[in-house]
Design a protein around this ligand. Structure first.
Ligand code: ZN
Length: 175
């Protein structure tokens, strides 16, 4: 590793990815421990200080979470409902096509066959309607969804290019 801390000149530096990985869990590297201790956390047990501080570093260097944006979930919800109702409609169409009557009670005033047809058609309409809503929403929210995706990509890029000095705790970005 030929990276050097621009602040203190130490070679004891890591990318955020490396720092996060080595800081997660119980395996704490000695290098990280010494560096952290020199960073100002000299105190009681070195080992104890290590594990506490290193897990803190792991937290601070964690990759940005993609998450589900509120807008994204808002668009996904009608599409999900549309899919579920669509599966139901598909099953009903099978009943219609193979001329079978399911066991659910017929609608009052209609024969079982007509009831099935009415049920099948309305389920189909609801499913298509859900997709139409999802489509309209995604159209309306495409710019903000795009912006959120770009924002996230930038955050990931920033994170991927971020370094931390384990000697002086300095953080900087390359590139
Ligand atoms: Zn440094």
């Amino acid at each position: 590793m030929n990276a050097v801390c621009p602040k203190c000149g130490s070679h004891n530096v890591q990318t955020y990815a490396m720092a996060h990985k080595s800081g997660v869990g119980t395996s704490v590297s000695d290098t990280a421990g010494v560096g952290v201790t020199l960073g100002g956390d000299v105190g009681y047990g070195v080992a104890r200080t290590q594990s506490v501080h290193v897990s803190q570093i792991a937290k601070e260097t964690a990759p940005p979470s993609a998450g589900c944006s509120v807008t994204g979930c808002f668009v996904m919800l009608p599409a999900t409902i549309g899919t579920l109702v669509g599966i139901l409609a598909f099953i009903e169409w099978l009943f219609v096509i193979f001329d079978k009557n399911p066991d659910f009670p017929p609608i009052q005033g209609f024969s079982p066959r007509d009831s099935l047809l009415i049920g099948t058609l309305s389920t189909t309409v609801i499913s298509v309607g859900c997709f139409a809503v999802a489509f309209a929403l995604s159209k309306a929210f495409t710019p903000s969804l795009k912006k959120a995706a770009e924002e996230h990509k930038r955050e990931v890029d920033d994170w991927a290019n971020s370094w931390i000095c384990l000697s002086c705790d300095h953080r900087w970005r390359k590139g």
